[in-house]
Design a protein around this ligand. Structure first.
Ligand code: ADP
Ligand code: MG
Length: 461
């Protein structure tokens, strides 16, 4: 009927606008490289903040002692206790706590009090063999997955919130000071020895066990990347150059944007309605917080303009963020012949029943389009980093391997996304070079990395 044809028009039009042919991906990668240069040249020189992390030495494997880490991401936060005694000898204990949604958009003190309170509870569970020497102070690596302008390894002010956070009175504050004050309020004696972005933590955690790790990429609630840069390739850096000659840069690549990005009307309306309009444009096309929401917006148009779900528009479908990326992923991976998983998800989440197989196939195809675009754009971003560091080509004289440490729930759990990303890397790099580039899951590397950086910046060294 005409309605079905209209649905297919919407689908095909969306597919066309999401297209990421290899030429476009190369343009995106080149634009990423250009923005990296600009962000390193001067503060405010680019959409990419290219933040200096003050990490100029990555873990060696010789770190020892008992350290804490705290990882504040987009959805959960984790507390971690590690006993370091060489790469083969790490004892880890951790606990994951979900952040009450009201605290994500409340007051700064309330958020930090909550974090410090949970940390204190975790500290109280220390076994005898996880206790620090008497008379010393516990030390913590603080992983904070939001843009921070650092002033030292253990201090920095919040530039702005991203993802689902919006706590106005925290912007501009030193997050280490805020955490330290909150720990004092709950009577917890602990020193923050390192403040690191999750990408920097993942890079450090990855490097600990593999010296070929040169970059880290997070694909979770949001997306970001960090990499090792030559100190003399950072014109904006006025400080003394480190002995190592290197510096880890937190790109804050989620805020990347370029005219080459295949943006659609759905991305534009999602951005307009978001907590941070005009910001994190790349992140909104790629990461876990948003992929399901893009799918929902296309389905809503199909419902409104092509009566895809019948003559009324399902009420639940009108609710922003109701379709989460893990549910999208479950539908996308549905391998039952009659797409039972899709049917169940539609019923449970959107209260839509009686869908035909033909309709469910459209929904799977929609998931495929959105995930593929995100995965291919992520691969282009990584190519941008490889180009900037001169690792995108195989040099005949040296057979260097480059490892990108990956983390985040999206990369870890969304198999089709991960596979498309990896295939696209090979497509972009070519057969020879791609043998020397390894994209590898570094599960929960950021917590370990933060603890390692706390160890290498301990007050007792
Ligand atoms: P954070 O980004 O908050 O630090 P994670 O790295 O654990 O936390 O990522 C969580 C995000 O990963 C979720 O918000 C979700 O978008 C995505 N995710 C989790 N599980 C899945 C899944 N099965 N399929 C697709 N995406 C998932
Ligand atoms: Mg995280």
């Amino acid at each position: 009927s005409g309605k079905w044809a209209k649905t297919m028009d919407i689908l095909r039009d969306f597919e066309d606008k999401c297209a990421t042919p290899i030429g476009k991906l190369r343009q995106v990668a080149d634009a990423m490289t250009v923005e990296m240069h600009a962000g390193l040249a001067s503060d405010g020189g680019s959409k990419l903040k290219m933040l200096i992390s003050y990490v100029d030495n990555l873990p060696t494997g010789d770190e020892t002692g008992i350290f804490y880490a705290l990882d504040l991401g987009g959805t959960n936060f984790r507390v971690l206790r590690v006993k370091l005694g060489g790469v083969e000898n790490v004892k880890k204990e951790f606990q994951e706590v979900s952040i009450p949604p009201n605290l994500m958009i409340g007051k700064s003190e309330e958020l930090f009090d909550f974090i410090a309170g949970e940390l204190a509870k975790f500290v109280a569970t220390e076994d005898e063999d996880m206790q620090i020497p008497p008379g010393t102070q516990r030390e913590l690596g603080f992983t904070f997955s939001f843009p921070v302008k650092q002033s030292s390894i253990a201090g920095g002010t919040l530039v702005r919130w991203t993802k689902g956070f919006n706590i106005e009175d925290a912007v501009g504050l030193d997050v280490v000071e805020e955490l330290t004050k909150a720990m004092e309020r709950v009577g917890l004696d602990m020193r923050v020895s390192a403040l690191v972005n999750d990408t920097v933590g993942t890079l450090a955690g990855g490097r600990y066990s593999n010296t070929n790790v040169i970059a880290a990429v997070i694909l979770g609630t949001g997306t970001n990347a960090a990499y090792v840069e030559r100190a003399n390739a950072i014109p904006k850096w006025q400080g003394l150059h480190p002995k190592s000659g290197e510096m880890v840069i937190n790109m804050e690549w989620g805020n990347f944007r370029s005219s080459h990005l295949p943006l659609t009307e759905f991305d534009e309306s999602l951005d307009n309605d978001s907590l941070n309009p005009g910001e994190q444009v790349y992140e909104k096309m790629i990461s876990g917080m948003y992929l399901g929401e893009v799918v929902r917006r296309v389905l809503l148009k199909m419902a409104e303009e092509a009566e895809f779900f019948g003559d009324t528009v399902p009420t639940k479908l009108q609710k922003p963020f109701i379709l989460r990326t893990p549910d999208m992923s479950a539908m996308h991976h549905d391998s039952t012949p009659d797409l039972k998983v899709v049917a169940t998800k539609l019923k449970d989440i959107l209260e839509i029943s009686n869908t035909s197989l033909k309709m469910r196939k459209v929904i799977v195809e929609l998931c495929e389009i959105v995930a593929t675009r995100g995965a291919r754009l992520s691969a282009a971003g990584i190519l941008g980093i490889l180009k900037k560091t001169g690792r995108d080509v195989t040099k005949q004289e040296e057979n260097q391997t480059s490892v990108i440490a990956m983390d985040g729930g999206l990369f870890e759990h969304y198999t089709k996304f991960r596979n498309v990303m990896q295939d696209t890397m090979s497509e972009l790099l070519g057969e020879e070079t791609c043998k020397n580039i390894i994209v590898e899951l570094s599960n929960d590397g950021s917590g370990l990395g933060a603890a390692l950086l706390a160890a290498s910046h301990s007050q007792y060294l």
